[in-house]
Ligand binder design. Structure first.
Ligand SMILES: [Zn+2]
Length: 497
């Protein structure tokens, strides 16, 4: 045999041997499962599946959300996750009245024009494109109103703090123009606590109703975290509409709001314009929310009744009145949760502790799923060693994590998981979670659980139709999911937790 042939033959044998070699170490077994199940193509497929218009934006309590829940449940069953719901099933159901918005909902602004010798006022109607001017108010009452628009700053009445946007203005039967947050920009814990309740959308809405307003133009991103009042009609608007409402008043929006911040004095006034808000909505008081819980059982007999929880909200905004997919918020995170659930359930080796996969409902509607869970826990709190909550895991180029200030030990796990096989730029920070909770992670942190909130960083859209699959970066989604996978393994095996 020629020397050259021999070399080729031995090379072929080595190749065959290499190809047949089974994963030997635990690490190789985990890697094998990761490469088979956590791929950008598969994860992006989940994002598209949950972003489909047939799920109608997955509003908590809606039919579209019920369908999305069935899909997640189906995957959990397919991968033999152990059901961890209340009656041996996967679902923790809870009351969740909701409002569904339908097409036919519109908003327009009416500008006065004096004409002819008699200076008679005629009203010019200006309509705006959906999403670039307005969104339906998620929890609006059903109705069609036309009324004067009164600017009322933040819509805050805080006598205990010496501040009232409604002082000196009459809004009875009128439409108030207000925005989110409060005039307080201090980040000190004390002042955040003092202003806390006035930052809530529910407080602002109730305050507008208490002052007799018939409706509201809310300069804030849309969302169902609101209060349903059958006779109160409202919608969300964007800055271009706010600027139009200031036209001809001798003021500008930017200067007005700057002065309020600077002086802490309200600057409310009648804009001289009218708005027509028509919302076609149906209240569904009997609707329910649904958390989904499935477990990959731990391998250590002593530690298997301890848990690492991976949570992500499945719900989004529903139809307002058109579809917003919520591809990054939060289908990318659902994809990551599913990717890790499948990889861990198919892995030839399992970590010591159990991993609970918790797909949450109602985050957008005021964090109702996580709030319900902490009031109705299904696993003793002390058995939960870490909660890793996922928010918007699929856009940008980097990764970030905020861990609760009371669980600083999580940081080393976050870093180590990224250093395993991911190696993305990773920003970590301790979060005191002082503001109103904006993530399910914050709800768990406030309840005393050890929590880290994970997300991808550096891109994406928020509560806007552009948050669709086109804005997803499948490569960062794959990295984020692999990061999560190693994090779950490291935490489930971690000592001293
Ligand atoms: Zn979200």
């Amino acid at each position: 045999m020629k020397k050259g042939t021999l070399i080729i033959l031995s090379f072929l044998c080595a190749t065959v041997l290499f190809a047949q070699r089974q994963p030997a170490t635990d690490e190789e077994k985990y890697l094998d499962a990761m490469h088979r199940h956590i791929t950008s193509a598969k994860l992006f497929g989940y994002v598209c599946q949950f972003s489909d218009t047939t799920l109608r934006g997955r509003l908590a309590g809606s039919e579209g959300m019920a369908q999305a829940v069935e899909i997640v449940k189906g995957y959990f069953a397919q991968w033999n996750l152990l059901p961890a719901g209340p009656d041996g099933g996967y679902i923790q159901e809870y009351p969740h009245p909701t409002v569904e918005i339908e097409e036919g909902s519109t908003m327009e602004i009416l500008f006065p024009l004096q004409t002819g010798k008699s200076k008679e006022t005629v009203w010019l109607h200006k309509s705006y494109p959906w999403a670039d001017g307005w969104f339906a108010g998620n929890y609006s009452g059903n109705g069609d109103i036309t009324a004067e628009v009164v600017y009322a700053g933040f819509g805050v009445s805080a006598p205990e703090l010496g501040y009232d946007d409604y002082q000196g203005i009459d809004v009875k039967g009128k439409i108030v123009l207000i925005e989110g947050e409060t005039p307080n920009r201090s980040r000190s814990a004390d002042s955040i606590a003092l202003w806390y309740k006035h930052t809530l959308h529910q407080t602002k809405l109730a305050n507008a109703v208490a002052h007799g307003a018939a409706g509201m133009l809310y300069y804030w991103v849309p969302g169902p975290n609101a209060l349903y009042q059958p006779d109160f009609i409202y919608c969300n608007i964007t800055e271009s509409v706010v600027e139009d409402l200031f036209l001809g008043t001798g003021k500008t929006y930017k200067e007005t709001i700057r002065k309020i911040y600077e002086t802490h004095k309200p600057a409310s006034f009648h804009t001289g314009k009218k708005a027509r808000i028509k919302m076609v909505s149906t209240y569904k008081p009997q609707a329910t929310g649904k958390n989904i819980l499935g477990i990959v059982k731990g391998s250590d007999p002593q530690l298997a009744d301890e848990y690492v929880v991976i949570s992500a909200h499945l719900d989004h905004l529903g139809m307002i009145p058109y579809h917003i997919a919520g591809a990054n918020d939060n289908n990318a995170s659902t994809a990551a949760l599913l990717g890790v659930a499948e990889a861990l359930s198919e892995s030839a080796v399992k970590p010591k502790r159990s991993v609970l996969f918790l797909s949450l409902d109602g985050e957008e509607a005021g964090l109702t799923g996580s709030s319900w869970y902490i009031r109705h826990p299904l696993i003793p709190k002390e058995k939960i060693k870490a909660i890793v909550n996922l928010e918007q895991m699929g856009a940008g180029e980097a990764l970030s994590a905020a861990y609760a200030a009371h669980s600083p030990h999580l940081e080393s796990y976050l870093l180590e998981a990224n250093n395993k096989y991911v190696h993305r730029r990773l920003y970590t920070q301790s979060s005191p979670y002082l503001t109103r909770p904006r993530t399910d992670g914050a709800v768990f942190a406030k309840a005393g659980y050890p929590v880290a909130d994970l997300r991808s960083a550096g891109g994406g859209y928020y509560h806007h139709p552009l948050d669709n699959p086109d804005s997803i970066n499948p490569e960062i989604l794959q990295s984020a999911t692999q990061w999560l996978y190693w994090l779950a393994i490291l935490l489930a095996d971690g000592e001293g937790l």
